[in-house]
Structure formats: C-alpha cells, structure tokens
Design a protein around this ligand. Structure first.
Ligand SMILES: Nc1ncnc2c1ncn2[C@@H]1O[C@H](COP(=O)(O)OP(=O)(O)OP(=O)(O)O)[C@@H](O)[C@H]1O
Length: 488
C-alpha cells in the first residue's frame, strides 16, 4: 500500500497509517481528555511511548493535581482489551503498593476511528532506560527481588502476565527480535508531581515532530493528529532536575498487562512473549507443529522472568540472536537435556546428532557466571548464586518450575547486600555461543570518553568472550569427545 502521508516518520514513532478506522486515537500536545459526559481532566504534556496496541502519554491530572500516564488503546483492540479489568484486580494499598503498575482511572474515548479503551496509571521510567543513565546506582539483587515480588503478586491474584506483543508474524521469522521484554519492567519516578506541565515543556524542550500531511486532500483529517511526536526522554529530565536521582533505590513496577489473562479463563489466549523469552512449552508446539496457540500459564512467566533477570543483571540475552528452530536447540543445551518428544524435531533441524548433557550445560553456565561477574560487576559468589536461581527457573518441564513466591526464598536473596559500584560498565549480550557488542547507546552512557574507547575496544574485539566461549567449548568437547551443541 502506498503511504498516504507525505513526510517520512523518524525512528521510534508510530506511523501515520496507524491512524484510521479501527486505529489509534488522534492526540496532540495540550489536549485535555477525560470520560465522556464529565469535565475533561487529563492535560497531555508529552508522549511517553507507543506499542503495538496503543500510544502512551504523560499528562497532568487537573483534578488530583498529579502527573499521570494515559494509555489509549487502538479502537480495533478496545472491545476485547482486558487490561483495565486485570489492573483493577492488581490494585494494592496506596500506602504500600505492590511492584505492579497501579491503575488510577479508566474510561473510553470516542474518535472517528472508533471507541478507545483508556487507562490512567502512575508514570514509570522503563528499567532498561534507567540502566543506561550515567552514574546510576543499581543493586541488582534488590531489582531481582522486587521483580519476583511483583510477579508473585500478579500470580497470587490469579493472573498470568504472558509477555509482550510483537506482531505474531515476527515469531517465526529468522530475524532476531529486539530485547524488549525488560521494557515490561519500569521504576517509579520520584518527585514527578512537583513538575507542572509547563515545567515539563520548559525542561524537556520542544519535541521532534513529523507533520502528518496527506497526498490526498479528501483523506479524513479528523482520523489522524496534525503531527507525530517523539517520546520525552524522562531519564534526561530526571537526571538534570531531580536531586539525588541517580543515588535513589529504584522501586520496580511490572507493566504492560495487555496480553495477560485471568487464570480461571480457558483456553489461554495466544502467548505473546517474544522469541528470546518464550517458554519451551509454547515454543515447541509452535515450531514443531505450527501450533501458535499452545496452552500456557503462570509457569511460562517464570521462564520469561529468568531470561529478563539474566539481562537485568548484566548476563545478556540468554536466547537472543537465534532463529526459531535454533531456540529449542539452545534451550536443550542450556538445560542439559531435552524431552523425548523433542528428539525427532531436534534431529530434523541439524545435520549432526547432538548430545545435550548436564555436564555440557554446566560449562555453558560457567561462562555465564564469568560474564555476570565481568559485565554485571558482581562478585563470584553473587554470580554463582544468581545462576543457581536462574537454573531453578529455566526448567523445560513447566510442572517442575518453582512458583515466584517459592523463588523468593532462594539462598540468592540471603547473601549480604551487594555494594555494587555505580553501574558504568557496558552490558554485553551473551547469546548461547555468541558474543554481541554492547549497544552504542549503552556505551554512550558511560561517563568518561577514554573509558568508552577502551570499553568499545574490549567489547568489539570480544577477546574475553572468545576466551570464555573457547574454554567452555574445550570443556564440553573434552567431556563429550564429540562436537558441541552450543556454538552456532
Ligand atoms: N505507565 C507508563 N509510564 C511511562 N511509560 C509508559 C507507561 N506505560 C507504557 N509506557 C511506554 O509506552 C510504551 C508502550 O506501552 P505498552 O507496552 O503498555 O503498550 P502496548 O500497546 O500494550 O504495546 P506492546 O504490548 O506492543 O508493548 C512502553 O514501551 C513504554 O515505553
């Protein structure tokens, strides 16, 4: 289809064609929105982001005099959206909220594109953005504990999270998906209520915008906004205007429950976890039998959380950069075995039969321990304890996976509080058998230019990774006396 809009959209924006019948709600900065039939209440100050189903805006609640996030869902998804009902069940006491995004209000908005489900929540900053800020202090164990507490709360309330929602057609593509699951974890923004919307405009500066102009003068102008706008860089704003921001202990909130479901509902809806975070009970039927609707439940969240924790801790993306068939091979390698019903499928995707053994898995995890120490800036004891926790979670049989509340009793949480140095190291993604350079933006976040150059040199040459992988491979080969499963 020819794009009806004249100007090209810049990166990280929704597209003009997302507006139209069944599409997004047209919003412009300064609009005041609210439930139909009552006085408009939420004044839009800036964009916070967009997803497959929505746009999310920073707004001033003119009644409660606080800053909020307003998520407006596509009209086509609004009738079936369960997100408000789910968030209502996840409300906790205001004095001691759980580590889950808290719903403040919900209503519908009407545009020429349809009726839009609208959620008002507390605003957060995505954890992955926070971790990239220079000089930020993070205590990994506290983040991991809070994330598991949030998941335990979600599960105790009878809800399965289900992950993110890249387009389903991406699932089986050979292209790796972005490391987006940690974007489902946010942290509370301190002192944001002290900023009026004028302060936010003043301090955030004018956003980049792309005017939406159609080639066709007859195109319904009410269906799209006059321009698209870039999301506000909240991290930058907070760094410059909230004293001690970098030194404060982040308070975690799990967000994006758009794909979650009530455990009492059967069958489960399609699981929308992205490939690198997809539990084997979903991945195997999807790949071996082209069954995209395999049943899944809370135990799939435990798997996805393990992959997320590894990334948060600096251990990288466990199952990143893998094409769909190789995911199961990598899972079998890292878990030290595969169920009998995977045998035919695994043989069909490889020329050479491979042995998946606990010893080979130990060698791979030893590399992850070193990786966590080096890139997550943690002690050897800490890294070993974290890997033990991850291995309890990454069990192929979902029935054998402990619950989130049981995992909170893990010895990892009994270790003395870690006193991490400010997290200035670039985080490198470890893939099973493959090193991936840290992103440029991560590198840019470091304080010193000289340090960046050194880091870049180290990371890009991947000397450490080559040594680690070579050692792991030698170990595996020595034990198996045969080819290894791990390197791609
Ligand atoms: N409460 C919030 N505070 C700050 N930013 C938010 C908040 N909720 C969402 N965002 C931002 O908006 C983006 C899109 O939100 P969300 O993921 O909930 O949308 P979605 O349409 O359900 O999309 P998808 O499931 O594809 O990610 C997020 O990645 C995040 O950057």
């Amino acid at each position: 289809m020819i794009d009806p809009f004249v100007f090209m959209v810049v990166e990280d924006m929704e597209e003009g064609k997302d507006y139209g019948p069944g599409g997004l709600f047209p919003v412009k900065l300064g609009d005041v929105l609210g439930p139909e039939g009552s006085v408009p209440r939420y004044r839009i100050s800036a964009k916070l982001g967009h997803g497959s189903y929505s746009t999310v805006w920073l707004a001033r609640d003119l009644v409660a005099r606080r800053t909020v996030a307003v998520k407006i869902v596509r009209a086509s998804e609004s009738a079936t959206s369960r997100e408000a009902a789910i968030l209502k069940r996840l409300r906790g006491p205001a004095s001691d909220p759980p580590a889950v995004i808290q719903l403040l209000d919900s209503f519908t908005l009407t545009s020429v594109n349809g009726i839009h489900h609208t959620l008002v929540t507390e605003p957060v900053i995505p954890l992955e953005c926070l971790l990239k800020l220079p000089g930020i202090q993070v205590n990994t164990r506290s983040l991991v504990r809070q994330a598991l507490e949030g998941l335990a709360f979600i599960h105790e309330r009878g809800i399965a999270h289900g992950g993110e929602s890249p387009l389903i057609s991406n699932f089986l593509s050979s292209q790796p998906l972005p490391d987006i699951y940690p974007s489902n974890i946010g942290v509370v923004i301190p002192d944001l209520d002290s900023f009026s919307e004028v302060d936010i405009w003043d301090k955030g500066g004018a956003p980049t915008i792309v005017p939406l102009v159609t080639y066709d003068a007859a195109h319904d102008a009410a269906s799209f906004p006059p321009y698209l706008t870039h999301a506000l860089d909240l991290g930058e704003l907070l760094m410059s205007d909230v004293p001690d921001f970098t030194a404060r202990e982040p308070r975690v909130r799990i967000l994006d429950l758009g794909c979650a479901y009530f455990a009492e509902e059967t069958p489960s809806p399609p699981c929308h976890a992205p490939l690198p975070f997809m539990a084997p009970e979903v991945a195997f039927p999807m790949m071996a039998y082209d069954n995209r609707d395999a049943p899944w439940d809370r135990r799939a969240d435990i798997w996805a959380m393990a992959c997320t924790i590894c990334q948060i801790a600096g251990g990288g993306i466990l199952f990143g950069r893998l094409s769909a068939p190789n995911l199961l091979d990598a899972i079998a390698a890292l878990c030290g075995g595969a169920p009998a019903d995977w045998t035919t499928y695994l043989a069909s995707i490889s020329d050479k039969p491979k042995a998946y053994t606990p010893d080979a898995a130990d060698a791979l995890w030893a590399a992850t321990v070193e990786h966590l120490q080096r890139w997550g800036q943690t002690t050897a004891e800490d890294a070993r304890a974290l890997v033990k926790l991850l291995r309890r979670m990454l069990v192929v049989d979902p029935m054998e996976r402990p619950s989130a509340s049981a995992l909170l009793q893990d010895p990892y949480f009994d270790l003395a509080p870690d006193d991490h140095a400010p997290d200035k190291n670039p985080r490198v993604s470890i893939v099973v058998g493959e090193a991936e350079p840290a992103s440029t933006s991560t590198l840019k976040a470091a304080n010193s230019t000289a340090w960046i150059e050194k880091a870049e040199e180290n990371v890009l040459s991947s000397e450490f990774m080559r040594e680690t992988i070579a050692a792991a491979k030698a170990n595996v080969l020595g034990r198996l006396g045969e080819g290894t499963h791990a390197t791609q």
